[in-house]
Design a protein around this ligand. Structure first.
Ligand SMILES: NC(=O)c1ccc[n+]([C@@H]2O[C@H](COP(=O)([O-])OP(=O)(O)OC[C@H]3O[C@@H](n4cnc5c(N)ncnc54)[C@H](OP(=O)(O)O)[C@@H]3O)[C@@H](O)[C@H]2O)c1
Length: 247
């Protein structure tokens, strides 16, 4: 896929992995929608940095767990850029809590953002991809999901997060087979520990990093590179790439 002037929505791209993905797509010539939930200043900084680098981006506020907000994100994209070619469902939350302490509100919150968010955005964007006869959807999963359970170091307190990201995998593979005939590809990237705000609360992070086979945690840019690879290659669909330093 030639990315020049393509329109990409990257959810949760005011910071972290989403920001790196947005920048990478901008470097390739995409027009990018930088979605954020709360942090307008950071989102505007990202857009400004884009513009200074000669790119074209807009910031759009919206909570992906809310269907109406997702409709708004898509409507803004259409009115500013006239279409949608790429959707990266990156926005996500993480918290660790032993299962016995999880209450239904915790469970719902995790699924509202990580799973409903992906559904909401995809459901709102898809009609426009179908109309155009092409599109790419990338979902950001995690090695905490079922994809590599056998090789994961056990992490107590991850039941809700792991279940939500396993749902991301099932959604990705199933939707890929449903949409292939419409020339719409659906893939995923499953990062391991990556250097963002999300992992700064992980206890013993330096110790944990040493246990990664490659001896360090990942950089957001390394996740973005895998996303770009999956977007570019027109013959890959229903694939989930693990980017985890061997974890
Ligand atoms: N970092 C890791 O080690 C790691 C590992 C595996 C998978 N992942 C996955 O990678 C993705 C990005 O993680 P990250 O580490 O970059 O996280 P992060 O640093 O915490 O950033 C999260 C981003 O998502 C946005 N966001 C959160 N909830 C949202 C919502 N309901 N609606 C819209 N935007 C929302 C935040 O916006 P605001 O700034 O406005 O709050 C922010 O831009 C997530 O899906 C995460 O599960 C991360």
């Amino acid at each position: 896929m030639d990315l020049q002037d393509k329109v990409a929505i990257v959810t949760g791209s005011s910071r972290g992995i989403g920001r790196a993905i947005a920048f990478r797509l901008g470097e390739e010539g995409c027009r990018v929608v930088v979605n954020y939930r709360r942090n307008k200043d950071l989102a505007m900084e990202t857009v400004k940095a884009f513009e200074e680098a000669g790119g074209n981006a807009i910031a759009v506020k919206g909570d992906v767990s809310n269907y109406e907000d997702c409709r708004h994100i898509v409507d803004e994209t259409l009115s500013q850029f006239g279409g949608i070619d790429i959707l990266v469902n990156n926005a996500g939350i993480f918290f660790a809590k032993p299962f016995i302490e999880l209450d239904p509100q915790d469970w719902e919150h995790m699924f509202r953002v990580n799973v409903f968010g992906m559904f909401n955005m995809t459901r709102c964007a898809l009609p426009h991809m179908l109309e155009k006869g092409q599109g790419v959807i990338i979902n950001i999963s995690s090695i905490a999901s079922s994809i590599r359970n056998s090789r994961c170091i056990p992490h107590p307190g991850r039941v809700a997060y792991a279940a939500s990201k396993s749902a991301v995998n099932g959604f990705t593979l199933s939707l890929a087979s449903e949409l292939a005939k419409y020339n719409i590809r659906v893939n995923g990237v499953a990062p391991g520990l990556t250097d963002t705000d999300m992992v700064r609360s992980v206890p013993n992070l330096p110790e944990r990093a040493k246990k990664v086979p490659l001896g360090r945690i990942g950089r957001p840019e390394e996740i973005a590179e895998a996303v770009l690879f999956l977007i570019r290659n027109d013959y890959i669909t229903g694939e989930i790439i693990v980017v985890s330093g061997g974890d």
